[in-house]
Design a protein around this ligand. Structure first.
Ligand code: NAP
Length: 273
């Protein structure tokens, strides 16, 4: 896809791999909408892109640890734009951000589920009219190979909590949502795919976990850019990629009944039902 003039919203693009992808797409002439919590990090990225001679991205500040924050973000984007060619749902926290203990969102939901999955779910639906208006258009959900099946009796993980389990549950939820949404969007000209960008890229969330990085944001970014603009995936939807390669996710992703339960729960929790 030629990115010139295309409008691309990337959540969590003030840091890490999202920042890299935003910078690359701005370099290709896309109208990039960046998002994060921290205005100074956004300003630094904007200045960097401008200094390279490219159009300044537009910054949207929102905390996705609250559904109201996600709604405000969608409203702000809708106020400024009529269409979105690509929505990259990338914002996330790792298994150790602010410690591995159980934390809750502003809405009382388990925090990793809320930030990594539920806010992206809500944003995708709120922005869908703009994404459909740009068809052929794409949604890319940045998930992970770290996946843990959802225990529907304890989705908020009140028992046997670990940051890694919560992170992995949120990432599988994104993949299940991807498959479900692809089905719903059949024939609309909007595709939706998810991916594991790369393993232990050198980013804030990896360093917060005390993990020695194994790959770069350039490697993970290339995998995201492949789903954003690759011609080979133009008409492919509902898939999960490990880097550049299509692969299978945790078996629960292919359990239709589990996906339906997750969808119904998500619609209820986000107030979309
Ligand atoms: N790093 C890896 O090896 C790896 C592997 C597999 C998958 N992933 C996935 O890749 C994506 C990006 O991760 P990364 O490694 O680039 O992480 P990162 O460097 O820690 O960046 C995370 C981004 O998400 C934003 N964010 C975090 N919490 C937020 C909140 N409550 N509200 C709004 N924005 C929030 C951050 O914004 P601020 O600037 O405001 O903090 C930042 O822009 C995530 O979905 C992650 O799960 C990463």
């Amino acid at each position: 896809m030629d990115m010139k003039g295309k409008t691309v919203l990337i959540t969590g693009s003030t840091d890490g791999v999202g920042r890299y992808v935003a910078s690359e797409l701005a370099g290709e002439g896309a109208k990039v909408l960046i998002h994060g919590r921290d205005a100074s990090r956004a300003t630094a990225l904007i200045e960097e892109i401008k200094a390279r001679g490219h159009a300044a991205p537009q910054f949207y500040q929102a905390d996705l640890a609250s559904l109201a924050g996600a709604r405000r973000l969608a409203d702000a984007v809708k106020a400024d734009h009529k269409k979105i060619d690509v929505f990259v749902s990338n914002a996330g926290i790792g298994s150790q951000n602010n410690g591995p203990q159980r934390q809750q969102s502003a809405d009382g939901h388990e925090l990793r589920f809320a930030v990594n999955y539920l806010s992206g779910f809500l944003l995708a639906y709120l922005l869908l009219p703009l994404i459909k208006a740009a068809a052929p258009s794409r949604i890319v959900n940045v998930a992970s190979l770290g996946q843990h099946p959802i225990d529907f009796d304890d989705v908020m993980i009140t028992k046997n909590y670990s940051g890694s389990r919560a992170y992995a549950q949120s990432k599988l939820s994104q993949i299940m949502f991807t498959i479900d949404l692809a089905d719903e969007l059949k024939g609309s000209g909007v595709t939706v795919n998810s991916l594991h960008p790369a393993t232990y890229m050198n980013t804030t969330m990896v360093r917060a976990g005390g993990i020695t990085p194994m790959s770069t944001v350039e490697q993970g970014g290339a995998a995201i850019l492949h789903l954003v603009q690759g011609d080979d995936v133009a008409n492919r939807s509902g898939l999960f990629f490990n880097g550049m390669n299509e692969t299978k996710a945790n078996p629960q992703a292919y359990d239709e009944a589990a996906r339906k339960r997750l969808r119904e729960l998500s619609l209820r929790l986000t107030g979309l039902a």
